[in-house]
Design a protein around this ligand. Structure first.
Ligand SMILES: [Fe+2]
Length: 300
């Protein structure tokens, strides 16, 4: 008999980065990505999307991803969840009023040491300024490096309730926490760390505008526009001022009816119906050129 997951991640909420130059990063998120300043708390900077959801936290430090926050069901008794995470040796920590718009947060470290935050309930956190830049829809997914994508996928499926959407051979796994094709990915690499992260755009016109906007800010598009195979989203990639690879995407596959086990049919699907699968061989992408050599994260 398989055991029920300890927790069940639902929506991806926000990411926290440490930065040696938080003000420079703030300028980038305001002027390019289009998030707005909600508040500052000492050295910490909180940014929200135009949907008034906390999307990004910046803290002083090395240029690193420090945690990823997911929402969990309001039905979950959070103290019992904390006890279960403790029993699993995942070093949970429960905090009250930790962030703007978040009243309770339970954090833990996964087996490879990445910090995750579980949030229950939230209130809107409108930016205290007019949102400019691209005004992205939301933080869409985070991809992590790992020496063992299989072990990571098993941990997140069996312990955190995510579902596997697709594999690229045995080196890249896409996992979903809701109906969208992926919110958390794992890529084969020598050590744990950030691979890339992605913001959702609202449509093809927004994607077109994003290309022009990046050019105006002298941020070269390193890959794309491309329509991927796995997930079938269109995407462009650039590096933020700290060198992290940032994807802008739209049109991601969705499993609207989880019981049916296939993605909503789309004209560009080559499998009908399109079910989660292992992608082997080329070409994977539906259209678009391969990544430029500067996209070292996608070197294989
Ligand atoms: Fe991505």
């Amino acid at each position: 008999m398989t055991q029920a997951p300890i927790a069940r991640f639902t929506r991806l909420r926000h990411a926290t980065f440490t930065s040696p130059d938080p003000e420079r990063l703030l300028d980038y998120y305001r002027g390019v990505i289009g998030l707005g300043l909600v508040a500052r708390d000492g050295d910490r900077i909180f940014l929200a999307s135009e949907s008034e959801q906390l999307s990004l936290v910046i803290e002083p430090g090395d240029a690193l991803l420090s945690s990823i926050a997911f929402e969990i069901s309001p039905e979950v008794p959070i103290e019992a969840l904390g006890a279960a995470l403790k029993q699993a040796d995942l070093r949970p920590e429960l905090r009250s009023d930790p962030l703007p718009g978040v009243s309770r947060l339970l954090s833990f470290s996964d087996p490879e040491g990445t910090r995750f935050e579980l949030i229950q309930g939230w209130t809107p956190t409108p930016a205290q300024e007019r949102i400019g830049g691209l005004a992205v829809a939301k933080l869409g997914h985070v991809a992590l490096r790992t020496p063992d994508p299989k072990a990571a996928s098993e941990f997140y499926a069996n312990v955190m309730g995510l579902r596997v959407s697709d594999w690229i051979e045995d080196r890249f796994v896409f996992m979903r926490s809701g109906f969208e094709h992926h919110t958390l990915n794992f890529a084969l690499a020598p050590g744990r760390g950030l691979h890339h992260f992605a913001f959702e755009l609202r449509g093809p016109e927004h994607m077109h505008r994003a290309c022009d906007h990046l050019a105006r800010h002298k941020l070269p598009v390193l890959w794309g526009p491309v329509r991927h195979g796995p997930g079938h989203n269109t995407a462009i990639y650039h590096r933020n001022p700290e060198g992290h690879l940032v994807e802008l995407f739209h049109d991601l596959d969705r499993i609207v009816d989880e019981e049916l086990g296939y993605f909503e049919p789309r004209p560009w699907h080559r499998d009908r119906p399109q079910r989660p699968k292992v992608w082997v061989g080329q070409p994977r992408d539906v259209w678009g050129m391969p990544p430029s050599p500067e996209c070292t994260e996608f070197a294989r």
